[in-house]
Design a protein around this ligand. Structure first.
Ligand code: FAD
Ligand code: UDP
Length: 385
């Protein structure tokens, strides 16, 4: 399956649906509306490619890289896998991460193997580990922030070794000022399961994300206009049914309630003249370097190549909006934008969906689910038209 996307360079016909953003949300909604409702769809993206932040591409060395950070696809929903399997085959996810602390690499998230190594007790059982954590944990029934969350799970020493420095580097915000859900993304385990996440399905598109999303939107009813900011064409296009907006919600409203803060990243890709450079896909550096993690995505893609490419991630304040910042004041500002967005949906048939449009730290499976819900909303509202 090689994608046959209808790329256009200008708008010279009428569309039922216009979608701003060719990321996962834009592609899923386009595919559903084109296939199920026979609508004519235009997707517009300001970047030169589709797939949003899931975009993968070949580095000049020929090594397949994840251009905007490693994407470990996972979900607990069989129906999501069934849907996506129409557009891709899969390889097993091999999402193994280690954390570099005090010159040693530890399995991360913290699990029984981490505890044995960290406390130099190679024979420790799960029961002993449970007792140990119970003695280290701070008694905080309802953690109000990420610091309290971690202290209430693993105690001060491991919080300071594995979490504090990484979080400060990643967000430039103290964990005590971030929602508990930020560090709460990371499980703590009493067994030897060393996978990064817990989900039932951990799978990677066999030919990559760009190919999967490309196959999804290779449909005679879908046109794609790249290198084009929606803001520059929105008065030109007048869709007969609806608009879907997946860009930053504050930008849509010309920042008229103020700017929502985003965290950005710079990626440095370095080719290495060896087949394999590091022992697993991701190594985190809570306490060393300016970068947070080094990623060798070959461990996940399974690509055979004599060379490899490592990407280093440097968090920064300016640049593309990659992460909404989960703090109360930002959530409050977003809620005010949400009122504007809801009114815009009612009045002008503009639907806001996705990580940027909803200012939520969603994973890919979560935004795909939201895209499917938005598709259903649009279909229901206009099915009699
Ligand atoms: P995006 O993927 O951001 O796509 C939005 C698109 O809209 C972009 O292509 C953008 O160019 C375009 N756009 C924005 N504004 C405009 C405009 N004005 N005009 C035209 N186009 C516009 N998820 C996982 O499941 N697993 C992971 O391991 C994982 N790792 C991640 C690592 C990093 C560093 C990041 C940043 C994200 C990660 N994610 C991961 C999350 C995943 O990238 C998102 O959930 C997903 O890409 C969101 O899809 P989306 O369509 O909402 O937005
Ligand atoms: N985190 C940490 N140490 C680590 C990895 C993660 O403290 O070694 C914290 C950090 O605050 C990070 C959050 O947990 O932002 C979520 O981590 P995840 O790896 O899920 O982040 P993402 O892949 O979305 O960047």
């Amino acid at each position: 399956m090689s994608p046959q996307i209808n790329l256009v360079t200008e708008i010279n016909k009428e569309y039922d649906i216009v979608i701003a953003g060719a990321g996962p949300v834009g592609c899923v909604i386009a595919e559903r509306l084109a296939s199920e409702c026979d609508y004519k769809v235009l997707i517009v993206d300001k970047r030169a490619h589709i797939a949003g932040n899931c975009f993968d591409t070949h580095h000049e060395s020929g090594v397949l890289i994840h251009r905007y950070g490693p994407h470990y696809f996972r979900t607990n929903k069989q129906e999501l896998i069934d849907y996506l399997s129409k557009f891709t085959e899969w390889v097993p996810g091999n999402y193994i991460v280690k954390s570099s602390v005090g010159g040693e690499l530890y399995p991360f998230p913290i699990n029984l193997l981490t505890l044995r190594q960290f406390f130099k007790k190679p024979e420790m059982t799960s029961e002993e580990a449970a007792d140990l954590l119970a003695s280290l944990r701070l008694d905080i029934a309802e953690p109000a922030n990420s610091e309290e969350f971690v202290l209430s799970r693993v105690g001060k020493e491991m919080y300071e070794s594995f979490y504090l420095g990484y979080t400060l580097k990643q967000w430039a915000i103290h964990p005590r000022d971030l929602a508990p859900s930020v560090c709460g993304r990371i499980p703590v385990r009493l067994n030897t399961d060393s996978r990064y996440v817990d989900h039932q399905f951990q799978l990677t598109p066999a030919a990559g994300f760009s190919t999967m999303f490309g196959n999804m939107i290779s449909h005679p009813n879908i046109d794609v206009l790249l290198n084009t900011d929606f803001g520059n064409i929105k008065i030109e296009v007048n869709p007969t049914i609806a608009t879907v907006y997946t860009g930053p919600v504050d930008e849509y409203f010309d920042f008229n309630l103020g700017k929502l803060p985003w965290r950005s990243l710079e990626f440095e890709f370095k080719e290495k003249p060896v087949e394999v450079f590091q022992e697993c896909v991701q190594i985190n550096y809570p306490n060393e370097h300016d970068y947070t993690r080094s990623v060798e995505i070959k461990h996940v893609t399974g690509q055979q190549h004599p060379h490899t490419v490592i990407s280093y991630e440097f968090p920064c304040a300016e640049g593309d909006p990659y992460y909404p910042i989960p703090m109360e004041e930002n959530a409050n500002l977003y809620e005010r934008y949400k009122l504007l967005a809801d009114a815009e949906t009612e009045k002008n048939n503009v639907y806001f969906c996705g990580r940027l449009a909803e200012y939520k730290y969603f994973n890919t499976d979560e935004v795909i689910e939201r895209a499917l819900n938005t598709f259903n909303l649009i279909r229901k509202r206009y099915e009699h038209k």
